[in-house]
Write a protein that binds this ligand. Structure first.
Ligand code: VAH
Length: 316
């Protein structure tokens, strides 16, 4: 059985249907502390900070793989650093320890470009760099990378990881991420509203459409263990763009659409991150290649969200 912890988060919500298609509804368990917006297969309430609850669920469902997708993101984490650190780290350590004890075959633990700080090159940020993250979220991701490496080297645990860039998706509402402006902007545009962006118009950030992120995750998890040379976390990217680039792309569909730029505390978080990522190692080790560029992502997001917001045409 495949267990998805954080099933109701941005990645979890989009990943579940993919796992159902591959493994079948009966072999996938979604677990979360938050209510699902809509039911997607088997669901279990789980507080992953409680090791005994996690162990009991793993035993009850004979779990063989774990996707650990629960975490407090960068912007939200800054509101209560110790709480965010404790939640991100306690859940991670519980996952690694339960996986070791129950001989879980494979574990996926996402990292983020938030693991990089000002001591890493901003352009074509390399796989190996000094990691001095500016946020609690980033600190917890660097710690997670090192704990994952430790459990692999000491116990042979097959734990795999990707440093996701900003992820854009239509399946869930924008959350506490610094890159979530790139999701919220589409919700505004398809409703005919303008958008107040919390980042400056020229803020260049690495981004990826969710379909690419899900495919990268599954391709990494299906790669032969002999191909995996990175046990902290692989650099990965789809594209890089600025809020101005994204606004211009949206305006090809909604010419009247406008964005106002009102940077807030999240600007400093974004400025500490890479602007473009070098993901050569992922391409070399397991054949990574993105499918979505800004044009294709914009088309997909507008099509999908228009269907959500388009009031049903009443025939009566
Ligand atoms: C965030 N979406 O903004 C997440 C991600 C690189 C960004 O880590 O916190």
């Amino acid at each position: 059985t495949i267990l998805v912890i954080g099933a109701n988060g941005q990645i979890g919500t989009a990943l579940l249907p993919r796992l159902h298609a591959i493994y079948g509804l009966r072999n996938v368990i979604g677990a979360d502390l938050r209510r699902p917006d809509r039911e997607q297969g088997q669901f279990e309430w789980l507080d992953a900070t409680q090791a005994d609850e996690l162990a009991a669920l793993v035993r009850r469902h004979r779990v063989t793989q774990i996707y650990h997708l629960a975490a407090i993101l960068s912007a939200k984490g800054e509101s209560d650093p110790i709480w965010a650190w404790n939640l991100n780290m306690q859940t991670l350590l519980n996952v690694l320890e339960v996986a070791r004890i129950h001989q879980i075959r494979k574990v996926f633990v996402p990292s983020s470009i938030a693991a990089f700080g000002d001591d890493a090159p901003k352009y074509e940020t390399p796989q190996t760099a000094v990691l001095d993250p500016a946020t609690v979220y980033g600190i917890s991701k660097v710690a997670a990378e090192n704990w994952s490496l430790y459990y692999h080297k000491r116990y042979g645990l097959d734990v795999r990881s990707l440093r996701f860039p900003g992820l854009i998706s239509y399946q869930s509402m924008p959350g506490g991420g610094t890159t979530d402006y790139a999701v919220a902007i589409f919700h505004a545009a398809v409703q005919g509203k303008s958008y107040d962006c919390f980042l400056a118009e020229n803020t260049l950030l690495p981004m990826m459409y969710m379909d690419d992120a899900l495919r990268a995750t599954l391709e990494l998890m299906e790669a032969p263990e002999s191909r995996i040379s990175v046990r902290t976390s692989y650099n990965l990217t789809g594209m890089s763009f600025t809020p101005a680039d994204l606004t211009a792309s949206i305006q090809t569909y909604f010419p009247e659409f406008t964005t106002r730029y009102l940077p807030d505390f999240r600007q400093a978080i974004a400025d500490s991150w890479p602007k473009t990522i070098d993901d050569t190692v992922a391409r070399r080790d397991w054949g990574w290649k993105p499918d979505y560029d800004l044009t294709r992502m914009t088309q997909e997001m507008i099509t999908r969200l228009s269907a959500v917001y388009q009031p049903l045409i009443h025939t009566s």
